[in-house]
Design a protein around this ligand. Sequence first.
Ligand code: PGA
Ligand code: ZN
Length: 421
Amino acid sequence: MKISTITAHEILDSNGKPTLEVEVRLEDGTRALGQVPSGASTGKFEAVELRDGDQTRYFGKGVLGAVENVNVKLNQLLVGQDASDQTNIDRLMIEADGTDNKANLGANAMVGTSMAVCRAAARSQKMPLYRYFGQLSGQTQFQLPQPMILIMEGGKHGNWATDIQEFMIVPQRDKFSSFREMLRSGAEIFHTLGELLAEKKYSVGVGFEGAYAPEQLHSNQEAFDLIIQACERAGYKPGVQITLAVDIAASEFYGDNNYQLKSENNRVLTAEEWQEQVISWTNQYPLTSVEDPFNQDDWTDWSALTAQIGNKIQIVGDDLVVTNVKLIQQAIDQRAMNATLIKPNQIGTITETLAAIKLSSEAGFQSVVSHRSGETNDDLIANLVVGTTASQSKFGGPDRGERLAKYNRLLRIERELTNHQ
Ligand code: PGA
Ligand code: ZN
């Protein structure tokens, strides 16, 4: 079905910052939206998010330029094209942009358009979006993801309550009968942790991604200890039913060849000492997944850690590879990680996102589909994780509507699959 118009508007994301909503209309009257997320702790090599820089609006963060690129350039380029040929749509945009990093049209303009086209094509074919992703990626089997559920946050997302940016619990698939039950464990542990924090008179406000960010914590270690306690008090066995995952987002506290722990009185560690610290946490706690353990440029440190503990722990590359197949290939060649974080807006099109998942899969890497710290209620990524070989999701805490939009979509997909498969 052919595209008849593409329009965009400036809307706000979950942090009250401007972003784009793109609407695609097809000749058969189908309409669909794509709402663009935005990161705070972004990788250096992510595709470029166009911001206006006009200090008189939203402190320079407006996206009217990107909106204009959709309304004029992308509309002209794509009207009359077949929406169900996603590869062609994305290729046309990439060629029109003409840069390596989407700096010309803007990755935000492009990904919003790519998302809206994809959703419109699925809708026009009366196909649920996860099934459409299955069609695009040659998958006929659909599986709900194993969720990494955020319960505590720090770093840039949570007032530097801890240096580690995200503490997540991971319900073990073989210990739960359904996704719904895995999610229930996450919500129960989250609320139990809230109770524990309140007892200690720690703050129970949440960070960007819907999890507790108590500034009163004394160390990263204390966060781990409280989480273990919350699991037990909620009636779950850590290390058996529930394991832990972290996104360290280490580039955010790396400087002068050192890791500087703000939440621990600015304790400074060399890369070697930091590696020992990370490994000691993996020995002390039932940690099964560690994302961005090192600075994004220090590939040899990544390879050394993967060689040392990669056979028992998942090492996830986010800032290191930014959903970019060239960097993922480099990580495969250098054995720098063993799992890939997938964020469509890091690379700028659906086609390239699917290619990143495919390459990771072929290398034997798991893919973790992820939200951004700045989100909208768009639930495309919930469909993406079910419709592809990606097997894990990272959609934040069981709190804040823009996170629940994804979890609740997964619950709906699970109901649909159990009735019809
Ligand atoms: P971001 O954080 O969206 O702020 O980049 C998410 C992550 O680091 O995984
Ligand atoms: Zn990350």
